[in-house]
Every structure is written in C-alpha cells, then in structure tokens.
Design a protein. Structure first.
Length: 302
C-alpha cells in the first residue's frame, strides 16, 4: 500500500477548513495550521491533524496549499515580513505549492517567481463555488501556472472540486477569478435592485424570483443565493445575511479588479459602480454580512 501524499494546509477559514477536511477524507495526510484556535479545533474534530505553526505544517510536505484573505497575507506568508523569513525557505525543494487565495495577479506572479528560484513548482488556483461548494467538494479551480505543475496538482484539486480550468501562466488564474467575481458582484446588485422594484409595485418576491430563474435574467443570484429574505430558505438572505461570501471580500475583489483594469487601461464602469455599492454597504455597518445584503441599500426589507 502506497504512502499517502503529505499535504500542508494553511488557512482554515470558511473556505479553507472544509477544503482541508475534504483532502483528509480523500486519504491525503494533511497537516493543517491557522492562527485561529477555533478554526484549528473545527478541523481537528473532523480528524485532520493540526500543528502550532506554518513551519511545522510544511515540514516534510510534498504539497502546500494555502487559502488566505488577501495579497499581503500571501506575500507575508511565503516571502516574509521585515526580519521574518518567508515560508518558501522552509518548504522542501521539489514540493508543489498551491495558493487558492484570491489576490492581485501581480502578487501571485511575484510569489511564483520566488518559488521557482527555490526549485518549487507553484500554481495560483483561486476558487469559485462558495462555502457550500467547499463543503460539498464541488469547487471550481481557476488555475494559473505551468501545465506540468497543474498536472501534479490535479489529484489534490479533484479531491476538493469538480471543475478545473487552466487559464494560462502564473497570475492568469487570479485575473480570471477577478473577472468572474466582478460579474457576480454586478449581477447580485442588479438582481436585488430588480426584486426591490417588483416588491415596491406589490409583487411577491418569491414568485418574481421564480419567474426570473427560468427567464432571461436567470443567474446564480436568482436560483441559489437570492438576495431577498425568505425566497430561498438556505440562502444567506434568509439567515440574516449570515455566512456565505462576505461583503468585505466582494469589496476586496472588486477593488482588485479595478486595479487590474487600470494596469492595462481597460474600462470597467459597471465594475467600478458595483465596488462603490459594496463600499457603501460596508460603511452602513454590513461589511461582515453576505454580499447579497447589498440589496439593503435599495429598500427596507420586511
């Protein structure tokens, strides 16, 4: 019987925790770390081995997976901060690094270049599918990096998701993820706007949403994460906008999309408008809510 692949998993939040658990269930030897004691306890309760530092996690690891909030966290982890040495120096040469965070394309390229200088293969593999997809193991991985590195990563990614798209060289996965999330942010905002308009005219929000879900305005926002409370019982909107994908995270991603557009002189007027809407929602004290709560800017909800 072959020895299971040793995987270090760093970052056990709403997304990373379920992903690490699915790797463990798939038979990989997972060693996990997070700064949060609660996050460590949650995966440990599911049988995942936890350690007290990122360096302890990568000791002897053949694959390193990270799922962190922002560019500064990824760069700080792998490249170091101040006098603190980055984690790349502690990873064994020949190992594979998979970063599934959503960060600036330039940051992904910077870390990948540093990894290559240390004889480490690296791919950026941000995900789509939300917490539900992370839990169910049905995520979509949007990959940037060398094709050979992706093929090495494929068995690991397949244990956490069902769709894998190779978008190009290092950083390309991040560009594609930002395109996807920019469209999602705009669609969610306009879906909430449309439902609010219908309700203001006396329409039933669920009946209107059911119609839209089988018509030309059909989207994930109408069918799965409907922004109106009570339309879908499992949607964050029906739980006080708790859980799901946070408004602050959508705001971060839209900010990254704006930066990416400026870098190449692209025009994204709707993306910039959506970023402003989620910024206003944050200023209203709803930054920690699910991003579908942006509808609360438009109407008084029941």
């Amino acid at each position: 019987m072959s020895t299971p692949t040793r995987i270090a998993f760093i970052g056990l939040g709403h997304m990373g925790g379920p992903m690490a658990i699915n790797l463990h269930k798939a038979g990989f030897a997972v060693s996990a770390f997070d700064l949060s004691a609660d996050a460590l306890a949650a995966v440990r309760a599911q049988g995942v081995t936890t350690v007290d530092s990122a360096r302890a996690a990568v000791a002897g690891a053949q694959v390193v997976v990270s799922m962190l909030p922002a560019s500064r966290h990824v760069e700080g982890l792998y490249l170091g901060t101040g006098d603190a040495e980055g984690l790349l120096a502690a990873i064994e040469p020949g190992a594979l690094v998979i970063d599934s965070s959503t960060i600036a394309p330039a940051s992904a390229q910077k870390v990948a270049q540093a990894a290559g200088a240390r004889q480490l293969a690296m791919i950026d593999a941000p995900v789509s599918g939300g917490v539900a997809g992370a839990t169910a193991g049905t995520l979509t991985f949007i990959v940037g990096g060398e094709a050979a590195a992706l093929e090495r990563a494929r068995p690991v990614l397949q244990a956490m998701g069902k769709n894998i798209f190779h978008m190009g060289a290092a950083g390309a996965g991040q560009v594609a993820k930002l395109c996807n999330n920019m469209a999602l942010g705009v669609i969610m905002a306009v879906t909430g706007e449309a439902i609010a308009l219908g309700v203001a005219h006396g329409l039933d929000a669920k009946t209107l949403s059911d119609m839209m879900a089988v018509s030309t305005s059909r989207s994930w926002a109408t069918e799965v994460c409907n922004p109106w409370p009570g339309v879908h019982p499992n949607a964050p909107a029906s739980r006080g906008y708790s859980g799901g994908f946070g408004n602050d995270l959508m705001l971060k991603d839209l900010g990254l999309a704006v930066e990416a557009a400026m870098g190449v002189g692209a025009s994204i007027p709707l993306g910039e408008l959506a970023r402003n809407l989620y910024a206003l929602n944050k200023q209203a004290g709803r930054g920690g809510q699910d991003f579908s709560g942006v509808v609360q800017l438009l109407t008084r909800l029941p």
